[in-house]
Write a protein that binds this ligand. Sequence first.
Ligand SMILES: NC(=O)c1ccc[n+]([C@@H]2O[C@H](COP(=O)([O-])OP(=O)(O)OC[C@H]3O[C@@H](n4cnc5c(N)ncnc54)[C@H](OP(=O)(O)O)[C@@H]3O)[C@@H](O)[C@H]2O)c1
Length: 382
Amino acid sequence: MASIVTRKAVTFINNQTPATITESTLDLDKCYNENEIVIEVHAAALNPVDFLLHEFSNPRLSTKNPKGYSRDYSGIIVRKGAKVAPIWDIGDHVNGMFSHVYGEQGTLTNYLILDPVKQSSISHIVQNSSAAIDVGKKVPDEIEDRSGTKRDDFVKNAAWPLVFGTAYSCLMEQGQVWDKDSRILVLGASTAVSNCLVQIAKNQLHVGTVVGICSSKSLTYNKEIGFDYTVAYDQGDGFIANLRELMKTPEFVGKKFDLICDSVGTSEFFPVIQEFLKPRNENSYYVTVSGNEKYDYKNPTLGNFVTISGPVRRFNPWRTFNYKGIIVSPNQAYMDLGNRMITLGRFAPRIDSVYKFEEFQEAIDRLRSNRAKGKVVITIKE
Ligand SMILES: NC(=O)c1ccc[n+]([C@@H]2O[C@H](COP(=O)([O-])OP(=O)(O)OC[C@H]3O[C@@H](n4cnc5c(N)ncnc54)[C@H](OP(=O)(O)O)[C@@H]3O)[C@@H](O)[C@H]2O)c1
């Protein structure tokens, strides 16, 4: 491989400038230090957090430097520093979540340079996972991708690290113990985060009952993925009334949830939470990955996120329920679990659509529609 290459990246400067492709020259033999690897990126996936970061980069407050887009990636290691651990070698196929806020690099680029110790959400991708031995509940291939198109390993493996890690944090970081009697309620069953959460909960943790709230159009889709029950938010008198009806059925009488996980942003449950969530002293939790309000992906505002109610709910000594806002951070544990579950046929990353690098704006528009079912992936190396 030639040492001098053209680096292409999707970047933005501030909220007055659109995301655009920028090009620069990169010397592959000189662009990394002794602790870093260089990854030739084959695919990357979008996440709504970039819409927020782009929207909030006020020209008066942010630097004039180009800022990278996206976090999920898959690709091949093409260079490594002398002090990089031997587990990472040139030619290895890897995927991961590159963590940054307004970083110079994002993952919508053809070359990503990182220190695998600091950016610890990295793993070797499972190749030809369909050939793996099935010792768990097999996730049907046909629901892996709504378009039915077979996706290559790079596309599949760019599609899960960030949302899988977020779902893992919701389930595993509160010290909750899961078994067949456990009950989880998911607000926003159709989101990419919830896709992962239900697969981990049902196929790996053997949680007895997972209920999902979604649009009436998505009820069947979410049942196919693994939710035991789905409840519509856009029918009848709304999701609380619809959930109350479900709670009257024999399976639910006298039972409450151990965990309510919000992946859309809602406050509607708080006034009635004791009807649905077990008492605090049973280590029940309300966790949110999206804050207090559903934000408009096309026009997010700071007020959607910066509230005093979150810290008050979490730290108030007289609180009646445990509350936590989840922010995914780099962690090897969820990468290992994701790969293990893919190998055993217990997890299939959900892909909504795949776009070419030059079509990045269409990909962004698709995710901004807030109708994606699974990840929007961009292929970088053709
Ligand atoms: N804290 C963190 O570290 C972290 C990490 C990842 C993501 N997030 C946040 O988590 C949220 C979900 O992200 P994502 O990428 O998983 O979402 P996504 O895949 O973009 O979610 C799209 C889905 O949301 C559903 N939806 C739209 N409006 C809804 C509503 N009012 N109520 C319930 N569902 C609705 C739609 O399905 P229906 O047909 O059911 O409407 C749609 O298919 C975002 O707010 C994102 O910023 C946070």
